[in-house]
Design a protein around this ligand. Sequence first.
Ligand code: IPE
Ligand code: IPE
Ligand code: MG
Ligand code: MG
Length: 348
Amino acid sequence: MNAVGSTAASVPVRGVDGLDAIMRRGGESLRRRMEQIELHLGQVTAQAGTPLASHAATVTAGGKRLRPLLVVLAAESAGGPPETPDGEQRLVRAAVAVELVHSATLVHDDMIDGALLRRGHPTVAAVAGRQMAAATGDLLFSRAFAELARNADVAQLSALSEASSALAEGELLQREDAYAAHVAVERYLRRCELKTAALFEAACRLGALTAADGSPELAAALVPFARRIGLAFQMLDDVLDVSGPVERTGKSRGTDLLDGTVTLPFILAREREPDLAQFDLASLGGPGGPGQAEALCDRIAATCALDEAREQALTVVAEAKATLPAILPDGRSELLSLVADAVVERYR
Ligand code: IPE
Ligand code: IPE
Ligand code: MG
Ligand code: MG
């Protein structure tokens, strides 16, 4: 069933303590850079023209800003932006471009997933329909690349375009797998790498490429860290889809199951519970679907699948952190390591 077209009330969403702690630890320069990014994000979307700009603005006016934070921290781990007249601006543009791609994918993803809530507010597709959501997402994508093009750096543009292609491929694979009676764990992990980890990778690469001491080599060296925290982030997001609550996620519980998306918790629960192995997600397509999806979430939560999925994600986060000492000198990787912790913290 496609839920878009219904309405949903806004809900307040709780912040992430780990990210607040990073902001405190990062001090004045980090705070100033994140403020510049926020300001610039607002300017870019405001310039887009009405009526699309009003939807684009809704999208960019929220969220944890995890990916721009990664751009900045990766740059700071490589000595920060160079002290050239436009050094700071180049970093801000890279971070804004990454967040715009992220926002574009969220608008399209909600349209594809039939999701009603995003960042605690009704999705663009729910409020304005599928056509407006498709056009808004396209606009955000195009603004992202226009922004990054101003840095006139082919390596940066390649990093972001590779991530965009991966995101689209990930969504395509997910649709191919929709309602499947069996999805292999490896296939699920591949989808997560494509639709989520690739943009974490681009964020870290762009940060390293805009930094004073940065280099293509350092950008490449950060990739295993970035991909692993991105992978863990999606694995844990999929746990949250089952566990909720909406006050923590800003998204409706059971959205994945409702649109036929088979994620790790359901894969593990099916392996452990014979009744669930037979469960056909297409049966949630009727008018009672959302309630039935919640009941299915409860059944999955009653197995040990959520704990197992969390454990697997924690292992991936630990692997991510373990890559840092060989890449960066002591002191330069501390905040990146805290981001890895914050990815996990959101899900406790
Ligand atoms: C949501 O990402 C999409 C996923 C990859 C799971 P975030 O949870 O980072 O979304 P915002 O930007 O904070 O809303
Ligand atoms: C991530 O997958 C989608 C994107 C990368 C846009 P989800 O479909 O699980 O993300 P949410 O839960 O809608 O944020
Ligand atoms: Mg979704
Ligand atoms: Mg999700």
